[in-house]
Design a protein around this ligand. Structure first.
Ligand code: BGC
Length: 746
């Protein structure tokens, strides 16, 4: 009898344990907490306020280092029950200041009736850039050039660790916008123009940020996919201006990467600030609710972008006032409003709920999603952190990860047998970005526009400093030549060039992001062209080093250069990496994650339609400076033996494409092997080709490896005229290196 009881008890215990998976126990906690909440408390959870109103001010500038104005903070928590705070309030703060900030904020939040911790969000978009001294990685566009998601994941793990070291649990990253409009000032925040590459990088980085555990541990953060969706292709190329994207194209090019990252478990999503086809996305129920929460089954929460509910009436003019704007946004499916400066959202939503204009079911849904993420982040148990847990913050190990990533991003676009540079040469280093940490880091570097990097990153090496360290100060001359905007000392620079063997000319862009980064002309600036032409007239060979957030057209000066190294925005290790690449310590292995345009009125992506192919009668067809996926090495790779396991693919089957890649040079190198497939005839005009797989391999000199790609029908699919994903029977062409082969899908 006793035995039976024990057995029965054992069974019931194990059944209970099975029933209590973290997910169900969190769901229970959420519904219990929700049932105790007043309407005002619920609305508070949906409210996100920026930190500025809670900082002590000196005139209109925060006191530095920042100090919290606890009275204002406490009033906001007591009266409005706010559930979330964001941002830095200007310049980066030390991690000690952040820890103090979060500790004080949580103390106030936990004094409240229901003790719900505040969720603090920050743009740690390339490392924890808003905390002083945290590692600043290459921007996303550079990381995409590595074609190495595993490496990007390592960077994301470091970012998560260093963000959590500031007690910050939520990162507004990654950007999954498609970088296919090169004028757009946020191209560098993307993983480039190809949806598959964006999806693979995004998936890896979400895993790096969030880790795998059901409850996020103290070394991981919640990711925020942004800016859902279609933000990146304003017709004008200017930030937050109208886009016209038919739903078929949205689903073909802009949605898949979000779908992949949602499936990978991303906890939050931020919305596109712009309008598509005349409808602001913040008011688009179809995009937010039907597609994201319905079709994609997204279970996390959706946060607005900065002030975007208010902008529904202030800018977009689809609502007559704030209250109508709140109604539109919340009914469309937004769960949290980044208000961010006042409490008008709270007042409006409480009224709307009382009037029945926003259903309580919608509010309960939003709050449940937010509380769920707070539980999943472990904030109820650990709303702050332990200072001793983060000894690796800005450690040599973390900085090494940064160097290793940057080394895989740098992209060699031209080399007339001049690189690597032989030693003992006299080098003139010149150009506006030669001695600038600001140009290496771009925007989102200790402050929004990245304006302070020259002082905040003074201990890191600029390109000039890196070259001096590597090649010896005596061999290196410097002259600025020009700034981005003006000629400075061109004739002096030319005479220094005449006394040198080689010119390293660093050109590109200064830092910017979002609307302040809009440009009227995508050509590289005139003073930089003038400087290049003057230097070229000396007859000395020029190595052009590009430091730029988007591909500025250089067709006038590229022919004057003997070599071109593209660094995108390589971050704090950029100076060392450029120097080591010039010296041959790094063998470049990056490949372009976008099409580099040649002409300003011909901004065409690689997956263009056949009607855009360059033809004799149309000189403005697809004729880029360099194609997507282009990148050289100091060694050479030969592709041979392309084989398909079958010439026929069936609906339930798969075929394997394989190719031998040989390092035919005399040094080791890495090669990203890119699989392109073309659908030769389709009911929607097919693209010239699409990337359907990639793998980065290491080959010692003389080594050969066979690379395999599995091709399944879904990899060949596209969105048809009825908005359905289909794979149509017919012939397909596979391209690997310069080799091609065809197969039939039946
Ligand atoms: C940007 C977002 C960012 C947010 C918070 C907005 O202006 O569009 O990418 O996450 O500000 O800083």
């Amino acid at each position: 009898m006793k035995l039976l009881k024990v057995l029965v008890l054992g069974v019931s215990i194990s059944l209970n344990l099975q029933a209590q998976t973290p997910a169900t126990s969190i769901d229970k906690k959420v519904s219990t907490l929700l049932s105790k909440m007043t309407l005002e408390e619920k609305v508070g959870q949906m409210t996100q306020i920026t930190i500025e109103p809670f900082l002590k001010m000196n005139g209109n500038q925060p006191v530095y280092p920042h100090q919290l104005d606890e009275e204002k903070l406490s009033a906001a928590i007591k009266k409005y029950k706010i559930g979330s705070i964001l941002n830095v309030g200007g310049n980066a703060q030390t991690k000690e200041n952040w820890r103090n900030r979060i500790t004080v904020i949580q103390r106030h939040a936990l004094q409240e009736r229901l003790k719900v911790p505040i969720l603090y969000g920050v743009d740690a978009i390339r490392g924890n850039n808003y905390t002083s001294d945290a590692v600043m990685f290459p921007h996303q566009i550079a990381q995409a050039a590595s074609f190495n998601p595993a490496m990007a994941k390592k960077g994301a793990e470091v970012t998560a660790y260093e963000t959590r070291a500031s007690f910050l649990p939520w990162n507004f990253s990654p950007v999954l916008d498609l970088g296919r409009q090169p004028m757009w000032p946020r191209i560098y925040e993307t993983y480039g123009e190809d949806p598959y590459l964006v999806a693979e990088m995004g998936k890896a980085v979400v895993a790096g940020y969030q880790g795998n555990a059901a409850i996020t541990d103290k070394y991981h953060v919640a990711a925020c996919l942004k800016h859902y969706m279609g933000y990146s292709m304003p017709l004008s190329g200017h930030d937050r201006t109208p886009a016209w994207i038919p739903e078929r194209e949205l689903r073909e090019y802009f949605l898949p990467q979000f779908a992949t990252a949602v499936k990978a478990g991303a906890k939050t999503v931020m919305v596109n600030s712009g309008e598509i086809n005349g409808v602001p996305v913040h008011a688009n129920k179809h995009i937010l609710t039907d597609i994201l929460k319905g079709e994609l089954q997204f279970k996390g929460f959706i946060v607005s972008d900065w002030q975007d509910i208010q902008y529904l009436f202030q800018r977009h003019k689809v609502a007559k006032d704030n209250k109508e704007a709140v109604m539109m946004g919340i009914n469309a499916g937004l769960d949290m409003s980044m208000v961010p400066m006042d409490f008008t959202f709270c007042d409006a939503l409480v009224e709307l709920a009382k009037e029945g204009k926003v259903p309580m079911s919608r509010i309960n849904d939003a709050v449940s999603r937010i509380l769920k993420v707070k539980y999943e982040l472990g904030l109820f148990e650990n709303p702050t952190g332990n200072t001793e847990d983060y000894p690796l913050f800005n450690s040599p190990a973390h900085n090494k990860v940064n160097y290793d990533i940057a080394a895989e991003c740098i992209t060699l676009l031209k080399n007339n047998a001049i690189l690597p540079l032989s030693s003992g040469k006299k080098i003139l280093v010149t150009g506006p970005s030669a001695n600038s940490m600001r140009a290496l880091n771009g925007g989102w570097s200790r402050n929004w526009q990245g304006t302070t990097s020259d002082s905040t990153e003074a201990t890191k090496n600029t390109i000039l400093e890196g070259i001096r360290n590597t090649f010896g100060t005596n061999n290196v001359e410097y002259s600025e030549g020009a700034s981005f905007e003006n000629a400075i000392n061109i004739s002096e620079t030319v005479s220094k060039a005449s006394n040198s063997d080689i010119i390293v000319l660093c050109v590109g862009e200064n830092s910017y992001t979002e609307t302040p980064g809009n440009i009227g002309d995508i050509n590289i600036s005139a003073p930089q062209i003038e400087l290049t032409k003057a230097l070229a007239a000396t007859g000395k060979p020029i190595v052009l080093v590009l430091t730029e957030g988007r591909p500025r057209i250089i067709s006038q000066i590229e022919p004057l250069a003997s070599a071109v190294l593209h660094t995108y925005l390589l971050g704090n290790e950029g100076g060392n990496v450029v120097a080591d690449a010039l010296a041959g310590k790094i063998n470049p292995s990056g490949k372009l994650p976008y099409t580099y345009p040649r002409n300003s009125n011909s901004l065409i992506n690689y997956y263009h339609k056949f009607t855009e192919t360059l033809q004799a009668e149309d000189p403005a067809g697809y004729n880029p400076q360099w194609e997507f996926g282009y990148g050289l090495s100091y060694t050479t790779f030969k592709y041979s033996n392309l084989k398909l396991s079958s010439n026929t693919l069936s609906a339930a089957g798969s075929i394997t494409a394989s190719v031998d890649v040989t390092n035919t040079g005399s040094i080791a190198g890495k090669e990203s092997v890119l699989l392109f497939v073309s659908d030769l005839v389709a009911s929607i005009t097919p693209e010239a080709k699409r990337l359907r797989g990639f793998e980065k391999i290491f080959l010692a000199a003389g080594e050969t490896r066979t690379v395999h790609f599995r091709i399944t029908p879904d990899k060949l699919s596209f969105i048809n005229i009825n908005l359905k994903r289909v794979t149509e029977p017919g012939e397909f062409k596979v391209q690997l290196g310069g080799l091609t082969s065809t197969f039939n899908y039946k």
